[in-house]
Design a protein around this ligand. Structure first.
Ligand code: SF4
Length: 563
């Protein structure tokens, strides 16, 4: 097949905060370098006509961005020191009230004190979708080329050197035949490729596997976050507030919690985050979110609201302990794809931004020297080790391992390490799917105990399919399913008997459904892939590891924008 080739100098994959910050920082470094040479303040060659490109699989920058989010502005201060005074900055509110509560099934206990890491007072509340859109606009103003609607499907190699990315083909029918609108993906050849595709990045995974970049770290581990935006009656929200909760609806063995942030206007977001190493095979975070909203404490704050947006996303929580080698010949890993999140604070946007900026500095070295081997790109890790990122992330490196045996023990161990430091060793932990128990082992009987039924009113408490509609998700059904199940016979037999088909519960978009075969009546797996919100949970939590998420036709998926 004839494919177009596009040569670029530095290619960023994924228009999230990591790649956009990296692209902007790189362009500023190049411009400053060239200006210094023009002014006679520096010797050497100018870097003329450097092409920096950013690929984005969503329909537009911000379409696939989802987060809380209260932003720690550390990296933003470095990238745009004037952000506070810019009229175009997409601020929702500043945090004026900051609370942590422990929820019991019917009541709540307010924490009398917050550790300094958890204090958000004065920080900006943002919508990550709007924030990345703003970063994208700033990048384009600097001359960076952004390609929305283009997914990175394959890595290109010459020997062991990564030399770019092949974008996805468009216009392929369900059975794999080209349609009238077939357009082959193009080969974007780059001197340096920087992967920042978010949690469980498709290409990042391939690079890590091929170059064995995870040989010396723990596996990446995740929470699933389900988030809704609710609209409240005019005048209800009077201040910027942040409420984090622990406890109900989770048991004392499952790690997770919730958040509620006030947004601009009379909107509030609420999210439930639960670790994907939960033992319960019937884990359903979307259901937990609805149960949480039914709690009297939560109803007292947002009970008048109407759900207007929904999204779900896996969140990396292994932090420093799960960070792979960040560089190899021709390529680097940034952001969530490389575990840049502090699990103690459940904050990662500032770390992702800084990771992109530090990778950009190594890419700048490579452009100057003409050497894009690992030997040059390792400067990224050296700069990271000398930065505030390491200071912040290393302190929480054992957080995930500490909570492995339960919440109370985890809090005690984390508290001790908070006081005395994490120690020199990094504790080991296993991948999330290793922790799921069978139905009989978890429930002590052959069938699961049913979760309490909720009365969905379609306004405040909503079922999954209503929420999927709120996510704006769309996929053309005339294309190959982007969720590849190696052997659906396992779904119909072993998985059904042992685990009760957990994907039918944990998928926050009801993609997986067991339906009777028309001829035999046997229950078999049906994959309604057009509902998929790209959270990657199935790829992570499936106990048999037979599901792989691959990018669908680019430009499709959720439309988060204001999430
Ligand atoms: Fe998430 Fe997988 Fe469901 Fe898509 S199919 S929404 S990636 S769990």
């Amino acid at each position: 097949m004839q494919r177009d080739e596009m040569p670029v100098d530095v290619l960023f994959v994924g228009a999230g905060p990591a790649c956009l910050s990296g692209a902007i920082h790189l362009k500023k470094l190049i411009d400053a370098h060239n200006e210094a040479i023009d002014a006679g303040q520096k010797s050497g060659n100018k870097l003329d006509e450097v092409m920096i490109a950013v690929l984005e699989k969503g329909s537009d920058v911000g379409a696939h961005q989802l987060s809380g989010a209260v932003l720690d502005p550390l990296a933003l201060n470095e990238l745009f020191p004037d952000w506070k005074t810019r009229e175009d900055f997409p601020l929702e509110r500043y945090v004026e009230r900051d609370e942590m509560v422990f929820l019991t099934p019917t009541g709540h206990i307010k924490a009398p004190w917050l550790p300094p890491e958890m204090v958000n007072h004065g920080k900006p509340i943002i919508s990550l979708g709007r924030f990345t859109k703003w970063l994208g606009t700033r990048a384009e103003e600097l001359g960076i080329s952004i390609f929305p609607g283009f997914s990175g499907n394959e890595l290109l190699f010459e020997g062991n050197q990564c030399v770019g990315v092949r974008t996805g083909d468009k216009g392929i029918d369900k059975d794999g035949t080209p349609k009238d609108n077939f357009t082959p993906g193009m080969d974007m050849k780059a001197k340096v490729t920087i992967l920042g595709e978010g949690p469980r990045g498709h290409l990042a995974r391939k690079l890590i596997e091929r170059r064995k970049l995870d040989a010396n770290c723990n596996p990446m581990v995740y929470e699933l976050g389900c988030k809704e935006v609710l609209e409240l009656p005019p005048g209800t929200i009077k201040e910027g507030f942040v409420v984090h909760s622990l406890g109900f609806p989770l048991d004392m063995k499952t790690f997770g919690g919730s958040f509620m942030y006030s947004l601009g206007g009379d909107k509030v977001c609420i999210g439930m985050m639960t670790a994907l190493d939960a033992a319960d095979p019937m884990l359903d975070v979307h259901h937990q979110l609805q149960v949480l909203k039914n709690h009297p404490f939560v109803r007292g704050i947002i009970g008048q609201g109407k759900v207007v947006k929904y999204g779900a996303k896996a969140v990396t929580i292994g932090g420093w302990a799960s960070m792979p080698q960040l560089y190899t010949d021709g390529a680097m890993l940034v952001g969530d794809s490389a575990s840049f999140l502090n699990p103690m604070r459940i904050k990662g946007i500032h770390l992702s931004m800084k990771s992109g900026m530090l990778a950009a500095e190594a890419a700048f070295d490579a452009l100057l020297s003409g050497d894009n081997s690992a030997n040059t790109l390792k400067a990224y890790k050296e700069r990271l080790d000398a930065s505030w990122v390491r200071t912040e992330m290393e302190a929480s490196k054992n957080m995930h391992a500490n909570f492995g045996q339960g919440i109370v023990g985890g809090m005690v161990r984390t508290g001790v390490q908070w006081l005395f430091g994490p120690g020199s060793s990094t504790k080991p932990f296993e991948a999330d799917y290793d922790h799921m128990k069978t139905i009989s082992a978890y429930y002590g009987q052959a069938t699961p105990i049913e979760k309490p039924k909720l009365e969905f009113d379609g306004k405040y408490l909503v079922d999954k399919l209503t929420d999927v509609y709120m996510s704006g998700t769309k996929h053309d059904e005339h294309q190959p399913a982007h969720l590849k199940i190696v052997d659906t016979e396992i779904c119909a037999t072993t998985c059904k008997e042992q685990y009760g088909n957990p994907c039918t519960k944990f998928c926050p978009a009801q993609v997986y459904n067991m339906r009777p075969n028309e001829q035999t009546g046997r229950l078999e797996m049906a994959v309604d892939f057009s509902n998929c919100v790209h959270c990657k949970t199935c790829d992570i939590r499936d106990p048999y590891q037979i599901i792989t998420w691959v990018p669908p036709e680019a430009g499709e998926g959720p439309e988060y924008h204001a999430m």
